[in-house]
Design a protein around this ligand. Sequence first.
Ligand code: SAH
Length: 503
Amino acid sequence: MSARPGVVYLVGAGPGDPALITVRALELIETADVVLHDRLIPPGVLDAARSDAELIDVGKRPGAEGIAQGEIEELMIERARAGRSVVRLKGGDPFTFGRGGEEAEALADADVPFEVVPGVTAGVAAPAYAGIPVTHRDEASAVAFVTGHEDPEKEESAIDWEALAAFPGTLVVYMGVKRLPEIADRLVAAGRSPDEPAAAVERGTMSDQRTVSAPLGELAAAADEAGLRPPAIVVVGPVAARRDAIGWLQRRPLHGRRVVVTRARAQASGLARTLAALGADVVELPAIRVEPRIDADEVRRAVDDIYSYALVCLTSANGVQLLFEAMAAVGRDARALSNATVAAIGPGTAAALREHGVIADVVPEESVAEALVEALEGTEVEGRPVLVARAAEAREVLPDALRERGAEVDVVALYETIAERPDADAIEAAQEADYVTFTSSSTVRNFLTAVGDRFPHGARVVSIGAITSAAARDAGLEVHAEAERHDIDGLVEALLADASRNE
Ligand code: SAH
């Protein structure tokens, strides 16, 4: 046993939307030695954990026995006493129907240091995403959080239904869908009006959130008809009727549209985040992965000689990132490019250069090789050494044109794009897609290879530009929208325009 026990953090992970986790929670997950987590935690948050962290799923599965509460407490105490930092990660807020109170007591009894990190609780967040404010200046000055699932061993109901029915404010019921008929009956029997507005929000804040609204007396039947299942929050009160005016989720421009992102995972997050923020249900199905080649001899040679080039051309943000990595590996930085004219194929590549302190001298508006060739017309290259640093498989338009103008061109492949193994669940989810997005010819080719005969033919195809569109057409696909600006923002704009034309 180490002299100093590790700290246990009782951490709320938020209600489901991975963006609703707190900064503190994420920070602790990133550094924890051990993460003990429930089953209902937002997708992807465990990706933030260290690769050598011990991740233990202590969640209960529906219909199956989970790890007993006592065992969870023992695990936390035992790991902490071994000197390890432990994150006990729970859905929503740890002290709101999460047994966090009991766990804190067990830790206090065991003299293990602990901290509590509150989370966004489902009882507030699910209604908010459904357009229901739990309090309202005119309609609800109080709100009560209620459990609809009592300890089955209790002889008598711990819930005073008479008092709850008389409660002057909004009732927010956790764990209540299964017993919704009894709950509604009891409230009405105790004097709450059957005509009072009510709603049930299933999987609140997640991409497949569903809401059923009905007067209290009819909510159980409506929820049953819709097949509503846990997890869900039930809201009773006049505020539930505000949904018509406030419901904002369904007003987002891509609400209800499923969009497949085929970009390499390392680059996809920006596109996926932008689409999700517009309301899309994003399926990430990366068709390719970027495999750096910065240890290759040709790259080493080019980096060693980088001072000698009169012109350095970069054709992607990936290329910029990797060139600077290759330079850093031999102790070089942006100053090594001070003699050269630096050309970027488009605004995205120029932005990546700027992050490394280099303002590109030549940037065409359109991100295609032909445009860069044109933009380089005023640059003297005859008899001069030129470096084209790019992906292994690329068109020869740029090097050919430069050679024709008498340049001594070195073409160096900083990376290869490799087909990614497709995820079966993602392919399944993609079947119902409304859109498939392609950001390069290689995503088109590799995506088609990955999905084989399971291409979602009902989906509309959006491409980042003419070259990608041509690759899609060559592969027998119809292209429904093409970006005017050949970057991610341009792609999103094209998709939005197509979606609004096809409401
Ligand atoms: N500590 C959690 C609640 C745990 S109890 C919190 O603060 O949110 C589990 C119950 O929470 C579920 O039965 C359901 O009623 C509610 N719940 C959790 N996540 C939910 C979600 N995304 N949407 C709707 N209800 C949710």
